[in-house]
Ligand binder design. Structure first.
Ligand code: DAH
Length: 339
């Protein structure tokens, strides 16, 4: 009997079970009512009296060891399950990193906020356009050299289909479909056939502004732009308007602001002039109003257009335009704390 108990003990200690079902079979085989160990207990009555003490002890040890083995195996299954959960590839990766707003979006949103406070609403137009909305309606005569000012991407099969070179094209849509008063901003992406470098890209972003009503004057334009410059770059900011030429405005101007990097003293960014150009503007040419079905004897208006990248550069001093479209998180994350 003693021999048998020892043999079973070694057996039990070597038992392996792959899962709970196998473990249950093992328990039934040894510890159930008809199990091997229970049978041994039943045979105990046949053990000679002088051996009862020793055999009883061995039997108890065997029973305990078997129970212990079952417990150990059970525990190992539980921890295996935890491991499996840990390596579940379908679970969401943690921690989820919050993205940051793109610097161009930050700038665009600020421009929109500032003009919203003086009554400007927003509209968007298509990026794929036709000649009329980008050039024709805006008073670019055919063959006019002004068309060369903006190297255009045309679709080869049809030169009437092109990528808009400026968001002024949205003016043509809005003025054709809406009656004055119109006071709107048109933000969006524009395309030009330019070699890509740190200071030029084949696509960039603009915000166009348009105000059409009775008695709108150049003074209104100047006032709105001065308000914008101070809100965007600070109370101390100065502006200056230089005469310029655009086919769709008459008179036309370009606006400079006092360089907000050196405060107007002169630095490499403003090429030591103390001024940086930020937008083009002017009074909407009567031809443009008429082209879009607005009576130029009753209405006047002003328009302006600015580059979002340029304004962003002035605010954050990004040296290379290409960084805006490379999606390098090391660059983008630097704008985490900005609004
Ligand atoms: N569309 C011009 C450009 O892309 C910018 C511009 C200039 C817009 C004068 C205007 C304006 O509305 O009046 O360079």
């Amino acid at each position: 009997m003693k021999q048998k108990i020892k043999q079973i003990l070694t057996e039990v200690q070597q038992v392996v079970a792959k899962n709970n079902e196998e473990l249950e079979l093992f328990r039934i085989q040894y510890l159930s009512k008809k199990g091997i160990i229970t049978e041994l207990f039943n045979d105990f009555k046949n053990v000679a009296n002088e051996e009862k003490r020793e055999v009883g002890q061995l039997l108890n040890e065997l029973k305990n060891a078997t129970q212990q083995r079952i417990n150990d195996l059970k525990e190992s299954f539980a921890s295996q399950q935890v491991d499996a959960v840990k390596s579940d590839l379908t679970r969401t990766a943690e921690p989820i990193k919050l993205g940051t707003r793109h610097p161009l979006s930050l700038t665009k949103n600020r421009i929109i906020d500032i003009f919203a406070r003086i009554g400007f609403t927003i509209a968007e137009g298509p990026e794929i356009e036709d000649d009329w909305h980008v050039f024709g309606a805006l008073n670019f005569p055919p063959e006019h050299p002004a068309r060369d000012m903006q190297d255009t991407f045309f679709i080869e099969q049809n030169p009437d289909v092109l990528l808009r070179t400026h968001t002024s094209s949205v003016q043509s849509h809005v003025m054709t479909h809406q009656k004055p008063p119109i006071r709107m901003l048109f933000p969006g992406r524009v395309y030009r056939n330019e070699a890509i470098s740190y200071r030029a890209h084949c696509f960039f972003h603009q915000v166009e502004g348009l105000y059409i009503d009775k008695n709108v004057s150049f003074a209104d334009l100047k006032q709105a732009l001065m308000y914008f410059a101070k809100e965007m770059f600070g109370e101390h900011t100065q502006i200056r308007l230089r005469p310029s030429y655009f086919p769709f405005t008459e008179p036309s101007a370009e606006m400079d602001i006092s360089c907000n990097i050196c405060g107007g003293k002169g630095c490499p960014f403003c090429k030591h002039t103390g001024w940086v150009e930020i937008l083009g503007c002017g009074m909407v040419d009567p031809n443009v109003l008429e082209n879009c079905g607005i009576d130029s004897k009753v209405y006047t208006g002003y328009a302006f257009g600015m580059g979002v990248e340029r304004i962003t550069n002035l605010k954050y001093q990004v040296k290379d335009l290409r960084m805006f479209s490379e999606n390098d998180v090391r660059f983008l994350q630097q704008f985490q704390s900005a609004e």
